[in-house]
Structures are given as C-alpha cells and as structure tokens.
Design a protein around this ligand. Sequence first.
Ligand code: ADP
Length: 375
Amino acid sequence: MILLVDDKSENLIALKKTLENRGFIIDTALSGEEALKKILKTDYELIILDVQMPGMDGFEVAEAISGYSKTRDIPIIFLSAVNVSKQFITKGYASGGRDYLVKPFDTDILVLKIKTFIKLHEQTIELNRIQQSLLAEIEQRKLAESKKDEFISIASHELNTPLTSIKGYLQLAERSLEAGQKENSKLFIGRSRKQADKLNNLVTDLLDTTKIESGRLKFNYNNFNFDSFIENAIDSVRHSYPGKQIIRTGLADIQILGDESRLEQVLINYLTNAIKYAPESNQVFVEVNILPDQLIEVRVKDHGIGISKEKQEQLFDKFYRVEESSNRFQGLGMGLYICAEIIKRHQGEYGVESEPGQGSVFYFRIPVKPILDLN
Ligand code: ADP
C-alpha cells in the first residue's frame, strides 16, 4: 500500500484516483502529523510526500520517518510545486527521500518510479531478512562450537580417567607378578578390568549418542519375561556395586515385547545414577507395577542429592548435567538422553519426581505390547 500525503485534498483525490487506476492500493493523509501516525501503525511500501504543508512539512516528516527502525527503509518520493532550487532538492535527498518530482509531472514516469522503488524496497526487506537469519545462524554455530569444545574437553577427561587407572593397575600387577605376589597381581588385574568396563561404557554411550543423532540406533524386538529382565539388570548392578543394597518390590511375571538389552540399558542407567548421586546412602529401591491399559511401570528410587524443579525438565536432554553437582560427580550427560530415546522407541513415557536433599524417583512406563516402528 502507498501513502499519499498532501494538505490539499483536491490534489490528494486526483493523484489517488490516477494511481488506483494503475492498480495501486492507496491510503491518504492530509498533514504531516496524520501521516506520521499512520506510518507507525501500517506497513507502507512507499510514501509520496508533498513538500509544502502547514505544520510539519514534507522534509520534517521524512526526517522523523528515518528515525524509526521500523520505517527507516520505506522509500519516499517528494512532490513539489515550487522550491525547485538545487538547495531544496538536496534537502529532500538529505532528509531520506529517494526522488524529488516537480509538478506538473508525467504520470507514466511517476508510475515507473513507484514500481522501481517498491521493487527495491522489497529487495531491501528480503536482504535484511537474509542478513538477520545469517547473523542468527552464525550465533548458533558459535554457541554449538563452544559447546562442542566444552564437550570434547569433558569427554577427553572422562575417557582419560579410567585409562590412567588401567595403566596404573597394570603396572602394579606387573610388579606384583615380578615379586611373585600372584594374589596381588590378580587383584590389580581385576581392578583394571573394571576400569576397562567403565571405558567401554563411555565409548558405547558416545557411539549410541551419535547413532541417535543420525537415526541409526538399532533395536531388536523380542518377547521376553519382564521379571527375569528386572532380576538380570539388578544382578549386574549388584555385581558392580557389592556394597549397595538394591531392594525390589512388585512382580510382573508376564511376557512383553521389546528390546530387552536396550531396556536393560535404561534400568542399569537409572540404577547406577541412583547409586552415584546418593553417595551417603546405601539403599536403592526398584518398584515394578502393572498399570491399567496394558502398561508396565518401573520406578527407581534413591535417597540422594535430588534435583530442583527447574532443572528436572532438562535432565533427559543431550549432554545436560545439573551444574551444581557436575564437579562432584563424573559423567557426560548422555545416559538419560539415551534412556529417553529407548523409551520413546517403545512408545513409552519417562520422567522424574524429585526433591533437593530428599532423593529422586526415575521412572519409565511402556506398553506390554507396543505397536513398534521396526525401522
Ligand atoms: P551423567 O550421570 O553422565 O552426568 P545422565 O544423563 O545419566 O548423565 O544424567 C544427567 C544428569 O542428571 C546428571 O548429570 C545429574 O545431574 C542428574 N541426575 C541423574 N540421575 C540422578 C539422580 N538419581 N539423582 C540426582 N541427579 C541425577
């Protein structure tokens, strides 16, 4: 839409009609003040401004328009009956005008100019839009880059820790062997194997995370007994943490369809987190419930450090770690992200209930017979 501004209504009506006949949509204002009000409310493609007006003249209106970022780029054509001196024309351009026409003017020429300026205006808007989106993308990339750097530094540290231990234990085992202390050497080899398992888990999580990203995390669905699955997962954690008590309640002696080893990965992750983030406590609770609508639920409860409400929403995000506890506990923030993906692929739900200082319950619910996406 084009805005025509002229204090003489007969001029305004005549030009409005001429331009409407050429297919333009026209709005009008009878003073500089009225024009400014309209300009701030409506997006015009072009403004045609009479120079001589009582009150605010055309130049003043143009200057005011160039002061607002929203209106700065709207092209302005000045129309003038007098003031044709070079000085006035210069003032017209200086105040933000694109062109200066002196009456009487050729309507065909005016129409050509209007079309050209509108096209240029559209191109400017498009260029601005592209510039804004490029700037936003650059910012996003910078952020992603710095997050990646941070992740690489944490990951290197996390991978290095068990590796250093393995080297140390193997050295000790070697020395014990040389000294004929076979039992000691066995002990150190056992410890280095545990560290190698840790390393292996970290690398597996890293690989799983990249596979999730590229949609390549594979699942093998089978029917299996839910109770045995729970027992197996608990056993394997008990084995790694002999000092901790894992107390199970609830039975589910039913066959369910799913990827047993992936679901085991979820339960083991919940359990190891429950142990890791509850260093002062000895007990972890596993509760199994059969819910209505063919749903089965597993809840893992600890009396650990807990998590504040505002942090709970992000727990299952990739690489998210609660900042306050991140220095105290090792980790990469991949475990719960992988758990979430596994439960989603079983058409299930997951979540957390927690109070800082009281402990947490991490749960998942899956259908006994999900309709699975087998890709
Ligand atoms: P990681 O333990 O390697 O950091 P996870 O993805 O398993 O990664 O967990 C993400 C974050 O969630 C952890 O860094 C921790 O802050 C929080 N968290 C997970 N489980 C618990 C829990 N049982 N108690 C308190 N905080 C937890």
